[in-house]
Write a new protein. Sequence first.
Length: 314
Amino acid sequence: MHQSRFSPTFMRKTPSASPGQRGFRSLRVLVADDSRVERRVVASILERRGHRVTVAADGGEALTLFHQDSFDAAVLDLQMPGIDGEALAVLLRERLRSGESPAHGTNGAVRPFRIVAVSGTLPEQEGKGIDRYLSKPIDPDRLAAAVEGEPEPEAGLAAEGGEEASVLGERVVFDLGEALARARGKRPLLAELVRIFLEDAAVQMLALKAALDAADLDRIERSAHRLKGSAMNVSAQLAADLARRIEQCARTGRAPEASTLWENLEAEVSRARKALTGFLAQNGGAGEAAGFGLAKGAALPRVSSLPFDTSFSP
């Protein structure tokens, strides 16, 4: 069994060694995830710990990069299309054993190499070659400990329970407090994640709609999973909740039920886009906010009952 199947959102004790302290070593880390938001979140957490990060958008790109540099660790999304995280972990271990990697020292010995798998839904059984599993949204301290080979940090104040228990209380269009906590209080980082979400949401929604129209369960699950992860990382809670429900419907073969949720998802994504654009307008991104359709100084909504136009327009 995994040491912990869930990653609470809020802060807890940090791993023992920090940048500048005795015993800390900067690592080369390969990050593979098909979500731009997820890649940026992981890279930011690890870079702030003093590690050097290389990102890949899929398993194939990760394999190519793996042959070009010497890495100490990899963080892999389990649910990438094509070569998923578990298959990629097996391939990376095989490359290490066969000597097809710069990770070999001059004496032919293989350097220690840690693989961390992340997913919104963790598997019932552990995959081969994976050192630790983490659930999304990613907790910074757990990620740092996993990559650095430290014991899991003690749980803090947040309740255990995965996605559905990651935030206590009312679910809202956009929770600025939670979003800032996930960005470790860094508004510039949150603004960057918001920009990525706003740029990618239209494409993700179009992909999901096409999958729903075709009743393609695999594509529905993948598209909803990607949208859910992006929305969770910017704390667009209601949109993330609906994307998760569609993902679960697809996983259990309920395509008609997934289709009935589309209009609600469309409305919540539209409301989230307006709320997030408001955040950009209030945080120095007036020009960008205007590009996303909201003027500087617009109100920043938090609750789900605001009178927004709920039509979705990419």
